[in-house]
Write a protein that binds this ligand. Structure first.
Ligand SMILES: Nc1ncnc2c1ncn2[C@@H]1O[C@H](COP(=O)(O)OP(=O)(O)OP(=O)(O)O)[C@@H](O)[C@H]1O
Ligand SMILES: [Mg+2]
Length: 238
């Protein structure tokens, strides 16, 4: 039985709790949903359960491909045990197709194929609206060293190489996703979550949005779609 200690941090979608072990934390997934830098707020029923189970399955898939993460074990429907890391305040976004902020920023066509995939860095600071930053900005703000930035980019692209075919086999296009990494024993490892909150998935057949864009754009059928993603991700393929 893993003893849950005091709450270390409460974010917009999750809570982080201490454990009796110095370097382990419990990540609790809430149903709270936010968008547009928390200007839009709501609740998606059972989202926390869905995102905990999907993240668990994907962290295991990545581990099978030799990609380390903070994931230790799933504790229950809403909680996972994780290595406690020092979060690097650089959110790493990988894009396989153009949608969302890059459309308005660069005037690209919705859905345009981006090959090879593109990597963008954002400063993890809600008060500034998580702005897009360059490697020189990362150096100026001392968020990471140049070699660590190279490591972040390489790990993000390796993760994309594993997850892109994983989702295609399940009839889903991995359009883009946001990753958070942390320092653990001096090593950079993947942290946080990988879920419909942090990724964009389009159904390969219908083009249907299967992610938090349903909440961002009031497309409806939000709970059902999150459950559909859970089913596709966690049902063993024949
Ligand atoms: N293994 C870990 N150890 C320590 N902190 C972690 C770990 N994994 C994730 N975190 C941090 O815990 C918090 C999780 O909560 P949540 O995702 O709701 O946060 P947030 O930062 O408010 O929102 P957002 O990440 O959406 O900007 C994040 O700040 C995340 O960086
Ligand atoms: Mg988060």
């Amino acid at each position: 039985m893993i003893e849950k200690g005091g709450m270390l941090y409460e974010g917009k979608a999750k809570k982080i709790f201490l454990t009796e072990k110095e370097d382990e934390v419990i990540q609790y997934f809430k149903d709270d949903a936010t968008a547009f830098n928390a200007e839009k707020r709501g609740t998606i029923h059972e989202k926390g359960v869905v995102n905990n189970k999907i993240s668990t399955r994907l962290f295991q898939e990545l581990a099978d491909s030799g990609i380390p993460s903070h994931f230790i074990q799933q504790i229950n429907d809403r909680e996972m045990l994780a290595r406690r890391v020092q979060i690097i305040l650089v959110e790493v976004v990988v894009r396989n197709r153009a949608t969302g902020s890059i459309i308005t920023r660069l005037g690209l066509e919705e859905g345009m194929l981006i090959a090879p995939p593109l990597v963008e860095f954002f400063y993890k600071d809600d008060s500034l609206g998580d702005p897009l930053i360059t490697e020189d900005h990362i150096r100026l703000l001392k968020l990471a060293t140049p070699s660590q930035v190279t490591e972040l980019r390489n790990q993000a692209l390796k993760i994309n190489e594993v997850l892109l075919p994983f989702f295609l086999k399940r009839g889903m296009m991995l359009v883009d996703f946001k990753l958070e990494f942390g320092l653990w024993n001096g090593q950079i490892i993947l942290a946080d979550e990988i879920s419909p909150d942090t990724c964009r998935f389009w159904d390969v057949q219908t083009g249907e949005r299967m992610d938090k864009d349903r909440f961002r754009k009031d497309l409806g059928r939000i709970e059902e779609t999150y459950q559909e993603v859970l089913k596709r991700v966690c049902t063993p393929l024949n």
